[in-house]
Design a protein around this ligand. Structure first.
Ligand SMILES: CCCCC/C=C\C/C=C\C/C=C\C/C=C\CCCC(=O)SCCNC(=O)CCNC(=O)[C@H](O)C(C)(C)COP(=O)(O)OP(=O)(O)OC[C@H]1O[C@@H](n2cnc3c(N)ncnc32)[C@H](O)[C@@H]1OP(=O)(O)O
Length: 140
């Protein structure tokens, strides 16, 4: 099963969110439209969906640098509920790049520019051995 089955970005996962991430310099971004199937409380996007989108954005920052990582830590602040029918923009950028550890900050804002949630993540670069153990195949 390839990356196409990623729950957040995979094209082929029928249960997935199908978010498409784009690069802008060392930043990445994606748009996401909140539908009823994404809720927890009535009309409010589930915090796990919000977290998954922010986590994914944080993983795409090192991917955009040709680095394969896993999330070692993820801290999320939920500022304002995302409502059904809202489209949000998720953006992430690196704040510190070490050999093994990439620090990333991410935000989710609505079309009016209102901050919905923010995240700080520690992304750990996987060695080739770790990638192989996880079944991750890379071209490099
Ligand atoms: C825009 C377009 C870009 C192009 C895109 C192209 C292609 C796209 C393709 C595919 C995309 C598809 C999918 C995206 C994929 C995923 C997205 C979601 C990401 C996740 O959701 S992923 C799942 C959740 N995640 C885990 O499932 C991790 C579980 N966990 C572990 O796998 C281990 O825990 C690990 C590896 C983290 C560490 O294990 P380990 O054995 O390698 O590490 P070890 O303990 O030896 O530490 C080594 C050094 O890291 C330091 N260290 C360790 N932990 C630290 C921490 N928390 N904070 C600070 N430092 C830390 C130590 O202090 C030491 O430092 P030192 O070397 O200095 O001593």
């Amino acid at each position: 099963m390839g990356y196409d089955y990623c729950f957040v970005c995979g094209d082929k996962n029928p249960h997935g969110l199908k978010a498409k991430f784009n690069a802008d310099g060392d930043s990445v971004w994606a748009s996401f439209h909140c539908e009823e199937r994404h809720i927890g409380w009535p009309n409010v996007q589930h915090g796990g969906i919000t977290s998954a989108l922010l986590d994914e954005a944080c993983a795409y920052v090192p991917l955009n640098m040709d680095l394969v990582t896993v999330t070692a830590e993820l801290n999320i602040s939920f500022k304002t509920p995302v409502q059904v029918g809202e489209t949000v923009r998720i953006e992430a950028h690196p704040t510190k790049v070490n050999k093994r550890l990439i620090l990333v900050e991410a935000t989710m804002v609505n079309q009016a520019g209102e901050l919905k949630a923010s995240a700080q993540a520690k992304m750990l670069v996987l060695s080739k051995t770790q990638q192989a153990a996880m079944g991750i195949e890379t071209q490099a």
